[in-house]
Design a protein around this ligand. Structure first.
Ligand SMILES: [Zn+2]
Length: 76
């Protein structure tokens, strides 16, 4: 008998807004991305192993930088 287990990290786009990027200085679309890692058993994600993190991804330079947690998602 064998057991398949591991960790799976998923990214989910929460919202987008047009702002000036802190890295490249260009006004471009900034996507708010939620990244979460879950423990999986037989490829089925079961429970998160660390708190979700939020990042801003610039559409111009594709840099991802940490973002503050949005207030609407604070309870999740
Ligand atoms: Zn940028």
């Amino acid at each position: 008998m064998f057991i398949l287990f591991g960790f799976r990290t998923r990214e989910q786009m929460v919202s987008t807004s047009s702002m000036v990027c802190e890295v490249c200085g260009v006004q471009a679309s900034q996507a708010l991305v939620k990244r979460s890692t879950k423990f999986s058993l037989f490829f089925i994600p079961l429970f998160p192993v660390r708190p979700s993190a939020y990042y801003l991804r610039c559409a111009h330079c594709a840099t991802m930088r940490p973002a503050r947690q949005p207030a609407a998602a604070a309870g999740r």
